[in-house]
Design a protein around this ligand. Structure first.
Ligand SMILES: Nc1ncnc2c1ncn2[C@@H]1O[C@H](COP(=O)(O)OP(=O)(O)OP(=O)(O)O)[C@@H](O)[C@H]1O
Length: 280
């Protein structure tokens, strides 16, 4: 029987990056009217290799865990990966739980060499860069604390509307978890299982950003090693990546399946990873 309140309102769903960029005051101040370019974003070979490392070069449904200690640059790395995936035809759905959509858009601008607090935005070339970013098939959802069901519904809507290449959840500990589970860890485990089922049902890679705890005073082992049993206790994730960074030196460990680590350098201005010196 139909509800007396009528059909439920459509979910707001992930918002296209072009819409989010058009709300940024810094672009308005610089006189940039956001329009999507027909020119694709140029993809750096290194960023392409990061997408390949994250997905194992597979476009099929799979659950990928990207973890590391807070502040190591997990969001930055995931955004580089998402940008490559979103420069193709199908969409990338990004669920931001610890920052607003406009902050993700500002991060994207910084990665493209246009920090919102710099005079770079008033240079003529900035408009072309912004227009290329606006053409990305990146959609951002910053509604706080979504449950897995809500994420699944919004992803299914995006998939129906033209296809989905990648889902990113930043970060999984901030999702609304099942309160009936006996512990936070058990609830997290259930959420991961549901997200893995979603990746299979929609046949899309789902990258979840997770957090390793910080070193406690008195602990000698730092950072916590890539102990798979601790990172992914019941082998829920198909791929497990650990980001480590000290200053500008970083590396991406590929723990499951075991593959060679990727040495990198973090650019603290561009808020992005580059190949480590001496690495092509
Ligand atoms: N807008 C910004 N301006 C300056 N520095 C930033 C900005 N955003 C992030 N950073 C810095 O860049 C580094 C990487 O940030 P990023 O958000 O990618 O890391 P993270 O691992 O996702 O961390 P967390 O979610 O714990 O903040 C951190 O040292 C952070 O302080």
């Amino acid at each position: 029987m139909p509800s007396p309140l009528g059909p439920p309102p459509p979910s707001r769903g992930p918002v296209p990056i072009a819409t989010i960029l058009s709300t940024l005051p810094a672009l308005e101040r610089a006189g940039i009217m956001v329009q999507a370019s027909r020119q694709p974003v140029s993809r750096s070979p290194f960023d392409e290799s990061l997408l390949a490392a994250a997905t194992g070069d597979r476009t099929q449904g799979q659950l990928i865990l990207l973890t590391g200690q807070p502040g190591t640059g997990r969001t930055s790395l995931a955004l580089q990966i998402a940008t490559v995936a979103a420069s193709r035809d199908r969409a990338v759905a990004w669920f931001a739980h610890d920052r607003r959509a406009d902050q993700v858009a500002a991060h994207l601008l910084a990665q493209a060499g246009l920090p919102t607090n710099s005079s770079m935005l008033s240079r003529p070339a900035a408009r072309a860069t912004v227009e290329r970013l606006a053409a990305l098939t990146l959609r951002i959802d910053d509604q706080p604390e979504p449950a897995v069901d809500a994420v699944r519904q919004r992803c299914a809507e995006v998939a129906d509307g033209g296809g989905l290449a990648l889902v990113v959840i930043d970060y999984v500990q901030l999702m609304k978890l099942d309160r009936r589970a006996p512990s936070f860890e058990a609830a997290l485990q259930l959420a991961k299982q549901d997200l893995r089922a979603m990746s299979r049902a929609l046949d899309v890679p789902v990258l979840i950003i997770g957090s390793q705890r910080r070193q406690q005073p008195g602990e000698t082992q730092s950072p916590p090693g890539p102990d798979l049993q601790r990172l992914d206790p019941h082998s829920v994730c198909d791929r497990v990546l650990v980001l480590q960074r000290t200053g500008e030196a970083g590396r991406l460990l590929i723990v499951r399946p075991a593959e060679p680590a990727i040495p990198m350098r973090f650019d603290p201005v561009g808020l992005r990873f580059e190949p480590a010196a001496g690495v092509a």
